[in-house]
Design a protein around this ligand. Structure first.
Ligand code: FMN
Ligand code: SF4
Ligand code: SF4
Length: 326
């Protein structure tokens, strides 16, 4: 009986074979002889049509560490973990739908559940300084951070420390994304002169657009970079072509980035015209070498603020409807 593979093992073998076959197909597609036949290339381009999916998200449950508490079963948002009454849980038949969210891994009291190493390391909450279960989150401070963030359009002539940015990007691996897709890719343009070079490509583009955009070209003629406000750094968020909700995922990521940057004493400003140009103007996209399959969603200027605000500007109350059912 020991030699019989269970469903999980079989699925793992299927996944491994599928991903190897996909790699072979990708190589095969590049052969000039194959490219002569468009119909064949079309079929080879669609792995799912020939019954192949590359699936790397697959939990493993170590029965020796499992205390049979059952928490993973109720935690999985897709109900993918099952158990025969009282037994050690196991991945159910629909485990290929696993989104790799890691909630089962994060919750298991016996540390019995693991995901493939490629998805990243597991870290203990006790190693982090913020205790989410106690009263150590300074809620007022976070609310004031949201209130006091302003769009900075006047930056010091001081370069941004790469380590600070890398630290922020590392934390964004835990920002929420639709179906845990993690589709956001970042590009960082460092240095005032390089940012100026990017702005130049955008000025040429806006000048040809007319209307609302003309003022940016006119400002440039007067020596004002009203596109990226002479920032020493611009960061760009782009998403993979097949992302489920690309605009939402990238906006969450960029908003998280912005608040973290402000918490580090940096100033930020959403660079909407830059984002549009990187999407629609080939010269700007080439300047940053944005990969062909990526869609730019947003861009942000980053630098140290050369301005200090003394008060919050007025804002109307946020409209909220409280629906109470009697
Ligand atoms: C745009 C967006 C849509 C989402 N939609 C759903 C949803 O309909 N149902 C759900 O249970 N979770 C939803 N989520 C949560 C994601 O599945 C979750 O962020 C991801 O699995 C990572 O888990 P974490 O947020 O606990 O890190 C959504 C997240 C985002 C960003
Ligand atoms: S959460 Fe962990 S210990 Fe509890 S049943 Fe699931 S695998 Fe076993
Ligand atoms: S990683 Fe998430 S989706 Fe996958 S089995 Fe665990 S809880 Fe379910």
């Amino acid at each position: 009986m020991e030699n019989i593979l269970d469903f999980g093992q079989l699925h793992h073998i299927q996944i491994t074979l599928a991903s190897r076959l996909i790699r072979c197909i990708e190589k095969f597609k590049t052969l000039p002889e194959v490219q002569k036949y468009p119909d064949l290339t079309m079929i080879l381009n669609d792995h799912s049509e020939i019954g192949l999916t590359e699936e790397k998200k697959m939990i493993t449950i170590n029965s020796e560490e499992c205390t049979r508490c059952g928490q993973c079963i109720s935690e999985c948002p897709l109900g993918l973990i099952i158990s025969e009454t009282g037994g050690v849980p196991r991945p159910g038949e629909n485990i290929e739908n696993c989104i790799g969210c890691g909630h089962c891994v994060a919750l298991c009291p016996g540390a019995a559940i693991s995901l493939p190493n490629e998805l990243g390391d597991v870290r203990e909450i006790s190693d982090l300084t913020l205790n989410m279960n106690g009263s150590s989150i300074p809620a007022t401070q976070i609310l004031n951070l949201i209130r006091q963030r302003r769009s900075i359009r006047n930056f010091m002539k001081r370069e941004v420390d790469e380590k600070i940015l890398q630290n922020i990007f590392d934390s964004l691996a835990w920002a929420p994304t639709a179906r845990n897709g993690r589709p956001v890719h970042w590009t960082v343009l460092m240095g005032t002169e390089r940012v100026k070079g990017l702005s130049e490509t955008i000025v040429r583009w806006v000048a040809s657009q007319g209307g609302f955009y003309t003022s940016f070209a006119k400002a440039w003629e007067k020596g004002i970079d009203a596109i990226n406000w002479s920032a020493p750094c611009v960061v760009v968020a782009a998403t993979e072509a097949d992302a489920l909700l690309p605009e939402v995922d990238s906006t969450i990521a960029m908003t998280s980035f912005e608040l973290a940057a402000v918490a580090h004493g940096l100033g930020t400003c959403w660079a909407g015209i830059t984002a549009r140009a990187l999407r629609d103007n080939e010269e700007s996209a080439e300047f940053l070498d944005i990969p062909r399959g990526h869609r730019v969603c947003s861009a942000m200027m980053v630098g140290y603020p050369a301005v200090t605000y003394r008060r919050l500007p007025p804002r109307k109350p946020v409209p909220v409807r409280w629906k109470a059912v009697k």
